[in-house]
Design a protein around this ligand. Structure first.
Ligand SMILES: [Zn+2]
Ligand SMILES: [Zn+2]
Length: 170
């Protein structure tokens, strides 16, 4: 039930990466005529800094740590909803967790590679997958609302350090 993930080799997200990602979201909000309120910004910043998908409770805990005060859950949920609607944040269904989109400025299919061992996630933008999904959707007459692909396995860092994986599928 609990979504706590071991984070023993979590890579710290550099300040440059955090501010570049926040600036991209701020610019996109401006272009779309949307408010990037302080709370939306704080939620976005916390998710970017985490470097891995965070569950709602982990997110609230991290926000409390950085702000030094507790935010009301509905406030956080509303901010999360906004960020998801704008595709700045994706929900990882398999983890019930949230992760910032790597390319918030344009619509795309988000493809996430999620490590079962350390919880790290990497997003890639793959035009081939997007085209294939668009083609298949068209042939089915299906309108796609959410384009998030989740791939689970073991990340390169865990493989290199020989960290035992939770499950083996030979
Ligand atoms: Zn994305
Ligand atoms: Zn890993």
């Amino acid at each position: 039930m609990a979504q706590r993930m071991a984070a023993h080799h979590r890579r710290p997200v550099s300040h440059t990466v955090v501010s570049a990602a926040l600036n991209a979201v701020a610019t996109t909000c401006r272009e779309r005529g949307l408010q990037f309120t302080i709370i939306r910004r704080q939620v976005m910043e916390t998710l970017i800094k985490a470097g891995q998908p965070l569950g709602a409770y982990e997110l609230m805990g991290a926000l409390q740590d950085s702000l030094g005060r507790r935010l009301a859950p509905p406030t956080v949920y509303r901010a999360l909803e906004f960020l998801q609607e704008q595709h700045f944040v994706s929900r990882i269904e398999s983890r019930n967790a949230f992760v910032p989109c790597a390319h918030p400025d344009h619509p795309h299919a988000c493809v996430f590679f999620i490590c079962d061992n350390c919880g790290a996630s990497e997003e890639v933008e793959d035009r081939t997958i997007e085209r294939a999904v668009a083609r298949d959707a068209a042939s089915l007459g299906f309108r796609v609302a959410r384009r998030v692909v989740e791939l689970q396995g073991t990340c390169a860092t865990c493989l290199a350090t020989g960290t035992p994986t939770a499950s083996h599928h030979p």
